[in-house]
Design a protein around this ligand. Sequence first.
Ligand code: PDD
Length: 281
Amino acid sequence: MSRTVYVNGEFLDEENAKISVFDRGFLFADGVYEVSSVIDGKLIDNAAHMARLRRSLSELRMVFAMSDEEIIAAQEEVVARNGLVEGALYLQVSRGVADRDFALPKDPKPSIVMFTQEKKLVDNPAVAKGWAVITLEDIRWRRRDIKTVQLLAPSLAKQAALDAGADDAWMVEDGKITEGTSNNAWIIKGGKIITRQLSNDILHGITRKAVMRLASEDGLVVEERAFTEDEAMSADEAFVTSATTFVMPVVSINGKGVGNGNPGSVTLRLRELYIEEARRS
Ligand code: PDD
């Protein structure tokens, strides 16, 4: 069955959903995006995704006329038209069509597209086993706080991880873990939950923020700081967070088991808390 895709105000069959070769998203990766999860047909934490979208647009000096209300109405319509119960809603805004020039167009006409992807998020079969990750040098640009569609480095890192028989890569800069290819990285050590502090070095994850709050409310101690590969390898538990994995246990790093080599109990509890809250809201 063909999906219905949203392109610049129109709902089209995916075969007919097209963007110009002159779109700056295609030529310069001049675009930003958001991935919101959908559970029970509802967008999760979408207001936070909207706020981050606005920030990304503003950091790239991209003026986009649609209001949040208009964007959300279109998002909900795409979810409804596709009968999506569980999965992800992808949204991308690019600076639009202009003749190829490194200078920004004087009169930009941004493009917006949205589509759905069906995924098992709550009963994700990978959770029981957990993820194996490898570490790789972080070769991305230095504004990782902006959610741009410039995803070649993490895409190559993901493939390198899969080629090595792992599930994902944790990227390393100056001896410290930055984040996963498309998720934030966490470790638990001596009862403390540790994740890198916010800066331009990482994406400011929406799931990260929710999990940090849930952990604190649950009486756990959260420490925001960078951690080394060695520290991660000797952690009691490890996990990643993102809109599409929620809280995913990490059970090994570079082939060495984390803790007892199984998904950690605190990690699984945080996953439960996150899903409970998402379902309730
Ligand atoms: N990725 N870090 C990076 C580099 C990411 O690409 C993502 C999300 C995250 C987690 O952010 P959030 O919790 O807001 O999903 C962290 C999405 C899921 C993607 O690119 O598909």
